[in-house]
Design a protein around this ligand. Structure first.
Ligand SMILES: Nc1ncnc2c1ncn2[C@@H]1O[C@H](COP(=O)(O)OP(=O)(O)O)[C@@H](O)[C@H]1O
Ligand SMILES: Cc1ncc(COP(=O)(O)O)c(N)n1
Length: 273
C-alpha cells in the first residue's frame, strides 16, 4: 500500500547560505519549515565556516549553480512560498531576482542579510544596490533588522519613531508591498518590537522580550516561519504575527551550546507536553 502523503503538502524554498554551526541560514530555515509541517527545499548561495563565536570563512557558490538549484526545484516540485537569506554578492542577487521574475515565484520574503550577530560582513558593499533595486521590489515582504533598515533607508534608527520613518522610506524607495523593520537590535523595551508598514497601515508588533544571549538565527527563523505560513495559505499579516510568536518561543527555548551566542531552539513542540 502506498502511504505517501497527499501531493497537497505545502512546499517552501529557501535561497540562503549554509551555517556550519547549524544556528542560522539554510539549517535554521529547513528546521523551521519542518516544524511547520512544510516540505523544505533549498538553493545554497554560499558556504560559511561558522560557529557560536563567529564566521571563520565564506565561499561563494557560482551564480549559475544557484540558478540550477532553483530551476531544479521549481521545474519539478513547485513552491508556494520562498525566502531569501544570505546572498553574499551582486551577481547572485541579480541571478535570483531574474529567476523570481521568470519563474513567477509566489510569496517571496526577502531577509536582506548584511551582517551576522557576531559582527561578520555577510554581503559585499557593492551588492546593496542590487538588493534594493532588483530583488526587494519583487518581494511580498522585506524584513530588515535595525542595521539593515538604516542602510536601506539612509536614516539612523534610535527610537520607535525612527523605525516607523525607516519603514516608510524603504517602502517608498523600493515599491515592496510590505516592510517589517525588526527590533532585535534595539535597546531596552524596544528589543523584540517590530514595525509593519504596507503603504497604508502602520502597526507595531509586540511580543514579550526574552532575556537571553542565545539569539543566533532569530532573523532567519522569522523569515522562514513567515514563508512557511504563506505556503500554508495564511494571509501576510497572520503569517507575520504567528511567525513572531514562533520566534519568541524559540528564543525561550534557545540552546546554550558553544562558547558564544547559541542559536534559538526549535524543539519546543516536542518538549511542551
Ligand atoms: N530578545 C528578544 N526577545 C524577543 N524577541 C526578540 C528578541 N531579539 C529579537 N527578537 C525578535 O526576533 C525577530 C528577529 O529580529 P532581529 O533579531 O532584529 O533579526 P536579525 O537576526 O535579522 O538581526 C524579530 O521579530 C525581533 O523582534
Ligand atoms: C549563513 C548565514 N545566514 C544568515 C546569518 C545571519 O544570522 P544572525 O544574524 O543570527 O547571525 C548568518 N550568521 N549566517
Amino acid at each position: 500500500m502506498d502511504t505517501s502523503i497527499s501531493p497537497t503538502i505545502p512546499v517552501a524554498l529557501t535561497i540562503a547560505g549554509s551555517d556550519s554551526g547549524g544556528g542560522a541560514g539554510i539549517q535554521a530555515d529547513l528546521r523551521t519549515f519542518a516544524f511547520h509541517c512544510v516540505h523544505g527545499t533549498s538553493a545554497i548561495t554560499c558556504v560559511t565556516a561558522q560557529n557560536t563565536l563567529g564566521v571563520m570563512g565564506v565561499e561563494a557558490i557560482p551564480p549559475q549553480a544557484v540558478v540550477a538549484q532553483i530551476n531544479a526545484v521549481c521545474d519539478d516540485i513547485g513552491v508556494q512560498a520562498a525566502k531569501t537569506g544570505m546572498l553574499l554578492n551582486k551577481e547572485i542577487i541579480a541571478a535570483v531576482a531574474e529567476l523570481v521574475e521568470v519563474l513567477q515565484i509566489p510569496n517571496l520574503v526577502v531577509d536582506p542579510v548584511m551582517v551576522s550577530r557576531t559582527g561578520a560582513q555577510l554581503l559585499d558593499d557593492d551588492a546593496v544596490k542590487n538588493l534594493r533595486n532588483l530583488l526587494i521590489p519583487k518581494a511580498a515582504l522585506v524584513t530588515p533588522n535595525r542595521y539593515e533598515a538604516q542602510i536601506l533607508s539612509g536614516f539612523p534608527i534610535n527610537s520607535l519613531d525612527d523605525m516607523r520613518a525607516a519603514s516608510q522610506i524603504i517602502h517608498r524607495n523600493t515599491g515592496v508591498k510590505v516592510v517589517l523593520v525588526k527590533g532585535g537590535g534595539m535597546q531596552g523595551s524596544l528589543c523584540g518590537v517590530d514595525v509593519w508598514f504596507d503603504g497604508h497601515h502602520m502597526e507595531t508588533l509586540t511580543t514579550k522580550h526574552v532575556e537571553t544571549k542565545n539569539t543566533h538565527g532569530t532573523g532567519c527563523t522569522l523569515s522562514a516561519a513567515i514563508a512557511a505560513n504563506l505556503a500554508l495559505g495564511k494571509d501576510l499579516i497572520t503569517a507575520v504575527k504567528q511567525a513572531k510568536e514562533y520566534v519568541t518561543t524559540a528564543l525561550s527555548y534557545s540552546l546554550a551550546i558553544g562558547k558564544g551566542q547559541g542559536p534559538v531552539g526549535h524543539f519546543f513542540p516536542l518538549l511542551i507536553k
